[in-house]
Design a protein around this ligand. Structure first.
Ligand code: SF4
Ligand code: SF4
Length: 489
């Protein structure tokens, strides 16, 4: 704390600035060195797979039926539908989207309980695009040392050329990323030429430009700072993890005391770490895993690959840095064999909850109706007593044909002897209301339901409206018929 009266104003300012210097450190650019090994291989495979899926999915075709768009994955706002290959979701089916999000969150919790932050290290879009951007940077400016030298070098024609080419390719990737996102919301065969002809909807350009900018900024310029400062998951993950989750760990008991080692020297009374800092140079987060578990670590395993390479060179066993649990550090110190228990209470609970949600969603998806029926009873007035003593209630009934074919429908009431009438339509001699609906069509009916004076229920009575399609599909919705102000039994 600064007390001006004791040390004077100028000293106070000096102390204050010193305090600020401690609280703020300018970012040192991180230039990870390319490593080879199993985790680099897995990361590259996932990078190709995820980017391939993201960029190419809008171009996949699927026959959704006559008159429907043939894009396999499409969020069709004007048509009020989401197409996911053989699944079509209506606004009424938003629960499935919520269910998928809940399943995604639980899968993240499960992967955290088993393997720590592997989502961050391998599949998070921020990691995948940053990895792609670093690959481009490496191709143009060279590996770590060349990039560090280039950063420090004064501006020259060579430096300007390299930087311009790098940023131009980054912008192209960003534009392709923004463009691909827009294609998930528009028919790609219509939109693709329109974008280049300048005739696409303004929203397509705006959202494309927004994602172009965010991709370039987050993956190109901000990189590891997004994970360290902007993303909430590291904090949530730190609170959720336990001592039996696999984390990238430096085996201190084996590595220390560290120090340089010359070929032919004995390994007695020292650790296996030769202090080469290859693990630090490989880290895309710019941290030293030998300092212990850190919130910045994304569990990408690249330091494992880097250290394994060194261990092979110095002829020591691989795995000085490895995926390991906190428990095992204690077990090794106690002379016990390391172990990993993927099946434990929390993982079983996650799997069970996921299975229940996935099962319920699957069952509901398979058995969902091809009709949607919405019944809204008039509340003002709640009922009308006619001159012959009968009572009439009015309903607004909305029927949706959730198929890709026109169908005939019949609407009837059950549970009470009601005579139905429809405003602007005709009623069958059977008392049912018949109407046609085109594919994906919606019809709103103004229905008047009348109960004769004889046998009028007291107060409110339950009634069911049933809509039946000509192909036998049927849906019933319960409502209320109000016969008087009196409360029913
Ligand atoms: S410390 Fe290792 S696992 Fe963690 S982010 Fe750095 S390279 Fe990846
Ligand atoms: S790569 Fe391995 S040997 Fe080299 S400093 Fe890191 S932990 Fe030590």
């Amino acid at each position: 704390m600064v007390v001006e009266t004791e040390i004077g104003h100028s000293q106070a300012v000096a102390v204050n600035s010193a305090a600020h210097r401690q609280l703020y450190a300018k970012r040192a650019p991180v230039h990870p060195k390319l490593v080879s090994g199993q985790f680099r291989l897995i990361k590259t495979a996932i990078l190709i797979l995820t980017l391939g899926v993201y960029y190419l999915t809008p171009f996949l075709r699927w026959n959704h039926g006559p008159g429907e768009p043939d894009q396999a994955v499409l969020v069709d706002f004007p048509g009020r539908k989401i197409y996911l290959f053989f699944i079509e979701l209506w606004p009424q089916d938003v629960a499935y989207v919520s269910g998928l999000l809940i399943l995604g969150a639980l899968a993240l919790f499960l992967s955290n309980a088993l393997f720590g932050r592997v989502w961050c290290g391998f599949t998070c879009p921020q990691t995948v695009w940053t990895d792609l951007y670093i690959t481009v940077e490496r191709l143009i400016e060279g590996d770590r040392n060349a990039r560090l030298r280039l950063d420090k070098a004064p501006w020259s024609a060579d430096k300007i050329t390299k930087k311009v080419i790098k940023h131009a390719i980054w912008l192209l990737i960003a534009a392709a990323t923004g463009g691909a996102l827009v294609m998930y919301f528009h028919d790609v065969r219509t939109l693709f030429p329109e974008v280049f002809l300048g005739t696409a909807p303004m929203g397509a350009y705006m959202f494309g430009a927004l994602l172009t900018f965010t991709t370039y900024a987050l993956a190109g310029t901000m990189r590891e700072q997004v994970c360290t400062y902007m993303c909430p998951w590291p904090r949530i993950q730190a609170a959720m993890t336990d001592s039996e989750a696999l984390q990238v760990t430096y085996k201190r008991d084996r590595g220390e005391p560290r120090g340089p080692h010359k070929r032919g020297q004995a390994w007695d009374n020292r650790g296996d770490c030769v202090d080469c800092t290859a693990c630090v140079a490989a880290c895309p987060m710019g941290i030293d895993i030998r300092e212990g578990s850190q919130i910045e670590c994304i569990n990408c395993g690249l330091c494992v690959d880097a250290c394994d390479e060194i261990m092979v060179k110095v002829e020591r066993p691989k795995g000085l840095i490895a995926f390991d649990t906190d428990d095992n550090a204690d077990r090794r110190q106690a002379g016990l064999a390391p172990r990993w228990r993927p099946i434990r209470a929390r993982t079983l609970i996650y799997v069970a909850v996921m299975a229940v949600i996935a099962g319920l969603m699957g069952w509901s998806l398979l058995t969902r109706s091809s009709i949607d029926l919405n019944v809204l009873r008039d509340r003002n007035p709640t009922f009308v007593r006619l001159s012959d003593g009968s009572v009439r209630n009015a309903y607004t009934i909305r029927v949706l044909n959730k198929t890709n074919a026109a169908r005939g429908f019949e609407l009837r009431s059950e549970g009470l002897p009601l005579a139905l009438d429809v405003v602007g339509g005709a009623v069958e001699p059977s008392g049912a209301i018949r109407f046609e609906l085109e594919a994906d069509g919606v019809r709103t009916l103004r229905v008047l339901a009348r109960h004769a004076a004889d046998g009028l229920p007291a107060g409110r009575a339950p009634v069911t409206f049933v809509v039946e399609a000509e192909d036998g599909a049927e849906l019933a919705v319960k409502s209320i018929f109000v016969a008087s102000e009196q409360r029913g039994p």
